[in-house]
Write a protein that binds this ligand. Structure first.
Ligand code: NAD
Length: 473
């Protein structure tokens, strides 16, 4: 792997493999002191992070607006407020989640006690993307700190304002000997990936996910990969289609479609196909007005590269609504496309923008076949009044998450693990599942030496010992 950092705009400040090694060594030294292990330290870090999020709320909101044109309410609901809730949930349950767990001991081993304890992994790397640049950097950080780890956080260079705010504030608010923020792009991440970590959690696209997994394999480092994909929204004719359209429009066009769990396309069954077109048009109008370009609630595309990629997809079907775009402001209207060819570009890769194609299928069998012929999605949504359809979608398809009646909201249920399967990722986090991800569950057995009940298992073996062992095993 190339670790030359000469592409850095300021070679004097280049973050080289040497700096990466130094950073990891510093955090590892902290971890080895044992300072991060006590629950008191972990809780204090979480409380400090909470304080930072609430006290510097305006700074974070401004950064999110600068990067993505995010409305302040949206930033609160999807990022800042979400994180505060995740911290509160973690603080409330951390004692219970970290308690030793007693397990049953087989008769042949008695007297003895067995139990499990969670121990932190050590020094972990979190690599985050640009689309929810605060949430996707700090939600994994909450789990990693709660589990007692040291953390290197690499925010996305594609959302530079948020990355700068994180780099400035986190070392001031948290234990800077245990948490380091490394700003930068490919060279810096490459330099970090040369190092040995005890876990890597990466959120982003699958191509880079493969780079991360390859680099991690060299050190036998476990990885959590939070990837994306095309998440379908199945719509059945018997459902309340006006309500379904509002929910789909909300989940799709929030953050201008740049949401990993946004409905990527609508899979409309039978006569739902025609009806959903007009309901979606109406829902978009209700939410963003006649000209969404003038709505303060509608975001912008992150950069020109993504704008150009999305602009090409606008040609891939009949425009039901939207289609307007302006490169100078990186604006693309909420767009619905119908009569879309399943082989077209818009139906090939994850759209990750405000374009919603509608694909029509005759029945649920065809919808299930359509889903199963493709990569396993990060999320599957269905809008149906039929319990049988819900049961069939649950048992006959595979996806990271499955939600009926509402897109994206399953992320906000703290008890639900968030993660993908197959091409949409591996591993999961949120709530107690973050503890699972960032801890090792150690097995402990304690058998007193006094009563040597094991003598029967020692050689030389006799017929008597054999008889006893076969009975008690
Ligand atoms: P991105 O461009 O910000 O990249 C993500 C991270 O990878 C960044 O920190 C970046 O510096 C690093 N990176 C980029 N190229 C690299 C390379 N060659 N080597 C090492 N590191 C590199 O974000 P993105 O990938 O454009 O994010 C969008 C994708 O992420 C979409 O597919 C989306 O579905 C997915 N996503 C998934 C989730 C989830 O939780 N499952 C959440 C958000 C986004």
């Amino acid at each position: 792997m190339n670790i030359d950092t000469s592409t850095d705009s300021d070679p004097g400040n280049a973050f080289t493999a040497h700096h990466a090694a130094e950073t990891v060594a510093r955090l590892r030294a902290t971890f080895n002191t044992g300072r991060t292990k006590p629950l008191a330290w972990r809780k204090q870090q979480l409380q400090e992070l909470r304080r930072l999020l609430t006290e510097q709320q305006d700074v974070f909101t401004e950064a999110l607006h600068a990067d993505l044109g995010k409305n302040a309410t949206e930033s609160y609901v999807m990022e800042i407020g979400f994180l505060v809730k995740e911290i509160d949930h973690t603080l409330r349950h951390l004692n219970r989640w970290t308690r030793p767990h007693r397990v049953w001991v087989p008769l042949a081993l008695t007297p003895a006690h067995a139990w499990t304890v969670r121990e932190p992994l050590g020094t972990v790397l979190i690599i985050s993307p640009w689309n929810y640049p605060l949430n996707l950097a700090l939600a994994p950080l909450i789990g990693a700190l709660a589990a007692g780890n040291c953390v290197v956080l690499k925010p996305s260079e594609v959302a530079p304002a948020t990355a700068a705010v994180l780099a400035h504030w986190l070392p001031r608010a948290l234990d800077s000997e245990a948490v380091a923020v490394v700003e930068g792009g490919v060279p810096e991440t490459t330099a970090l990936l040369e190092q040995r970590f005890d876990h890597i959690l990466y959120t982003g696209n699958g191509a880079v996910g493969r780079i991360v997994a390859t680099a991690a394999a060299r050190h036998l480092t476990p990885v959590t990969l939070e990837l994306g994909g095309k998440s379908p929204a199945v719509v059945e004719p018997g459902a309340d289609l006006a309500a379904a359209a509002r929910r789909i429009a909300w989940g799709k066009f929030i953050n201008a479609g740049q949401t990993c769990v946004a409905p990527d396309y609508v899979l409309a069954i039978g006569e739902a196909g025609a009806a959903i077109e007009s309901h979606l048009t109406e829902a978009i109008r209700e939410m963003y007005g006649a000209d969404p370009a003038r709505s303060g609630d509608y975001g912008r595309i992150i950069n020109e590269r993504h704008f150009d990629r999305l602009e090409r997809l606008l040609e891939d079907g009949r425009t039901v609504t939207g289609g307007d775009h302006d490169r100078s402001t990186r604006y693309i209207a909420p767009t619905v496309l119908a009569d879309v060819d399943p082989g077209s570009a818009v139906m090939s890769d994850e759209i990750f923008g405000p374009i919603l194609p509608i694909v029509r299928v005759p029945d649920l069998d065809a919808a299930i076949a359509f889903i199963n012929e493709r990569d396993k999605p990060l999320a599957l949504y269905a809008f149906t009044a039929s319990r049988r359809s819900k049961r069939r979608l649950t048992s006959e398809t595979s996806s990271g998450g499955l939600a009926f009646g509402v897109p994206t909201a399953h992320l906000t249920v703290p008890g639900l693990p968030f993660g993908g399967v197959g091409e949409s990722g591996m591993g999961s986090y949120h709530g107690s599942h973050s503890l699972d991800t960032f801890s090792h569950t150690k097995s402990i057995l304690d058998k007193p030496l006094k009563l040597d009940t094991l003598a029967v298992t020692y050689p030389p073996y006799t017929r008597r010992k054999d008889r006893i062992l076969r009975r008690v095993m």
